[in-house]
Write a protein that binds this ligand. Sequence first.
Ligand code: IMP
Length: 426
Amino acid sequence: MAIDLLLGLQWGDEGKGKIVDVLTKKYDIIARFQGGPNAGHTLEFDGIKHVLHTIPSGIFHPTATNLVGNGVVIDPVIFKQELDNLAPFDIDINTSLLVSRKAHLILPTHRLLDAASELAKGKAKIGSTLKGIGPTYMDKTGRNGIRVGDIELASWKTRYQALRDKHLAMVANMNVNLEYDMDSLDKAFFEAIDFLKTNISFVDSEQFLSVAQKEGKHILAEGAQGSLLDIDFGTYPFVTSSNTTAAGACTGLGVAPNKIGEVYGIFKAYTTRVGSGPFPTELFDEIGETMGRVGHEFGATTGRSRRCGWLDLVALKYAVEVNGVTQLMMMKGDVLSGFDTLNVCVSYDYRGQNIQHLPYSLNAEEVEPQYTSLPGWEEDLTKMRSEDELPKTFMDYVAFIEAYVETPIKIVSVGPDRNQTIFRSS
Ligand code: IMP
């Protein structure tokens, strides 16, 4: 059985958590393949809002198995906190949640290094979530990391101590003003490790998935962040430290490329970005401010306000192509109700040429977005539940996007709740 993928196509925060939750009924296994607690996947149902950082978004479905794959980086302290938040919901985490032994651990000193590195960069900072993501992936590729499977070995505390001390020396060398209490950081870390060892099943996840595929299980790989934050294909260096695109699912789960089935690409009807880095269609006016206010555009992990702007079809098409997207899902169309006109970026003026592809640099001095204006809609979409209720101007907006990116939009979401989801038949 092929494995389907679900990915964000912009700079993250597209609404992946909601769609995974909606689709989970069709799947036996939901598997996260990259990123870590920098993600904030929001799910809303029965009047309750849940934010997940490391745990896959299928966790609220009683029959789904949720797998944290080898490509994910895990902060045991945050992971334990997430599990504590699930306690009132009667979820048997012992059976419904599995963690790959090959996933790398975020140490408290990785977080310190992240903070020190951002302080040292000053104005050039990445705008990291400060969860230790970059330093942990650096230790992984530098072959110094500590993996989940290591904590089952007797010698691991010695290795922890050595890596921690090395990190502390690096922080000291960076000459930044960072206050921390290492004893309490160590204490919280080891308490969380003990909790995980007792409560969570560790697995050889590539083997687990291989058997599950042979048994005909339906598997969905859940991406985090977005394609424009990919370490290779994003707006480097203002990116995260993992491959957020489709190929990341292969390396982050141990799945062969020829085993990938559908690739669901999620995007917002406009664009947002949190943290630093180029954003050609960013709005600095009342329209951008309205999008942020109506769309509640605040980071689920950091609470930072998100930058907002028009939909960038050049960037969207790039993401569709890099990922091999087969179906699109458009989120937050409801937020655009009330604008007379909607602009969509259809090309860039770049170094004296008009282009329709993503160039090497998206820096504001080099890229001037070119727009087509489409009529807006007045209607409140949030109570609509079927395609035939949606206004014509909205459907024209959808059709324009589909034609540009040459991929069908199969779901439109008109609000945060599970039931505010319209499946399109055509
Ligand atoms: P890091 O992954 O915490 O190192 O952050 C690197 C960049 O990616 C920063 O601009 C963050 O704001 C951004 N980023 C990381 N995770 C997310 C996410 O889940 N949603 C949106 N932006 C993110």
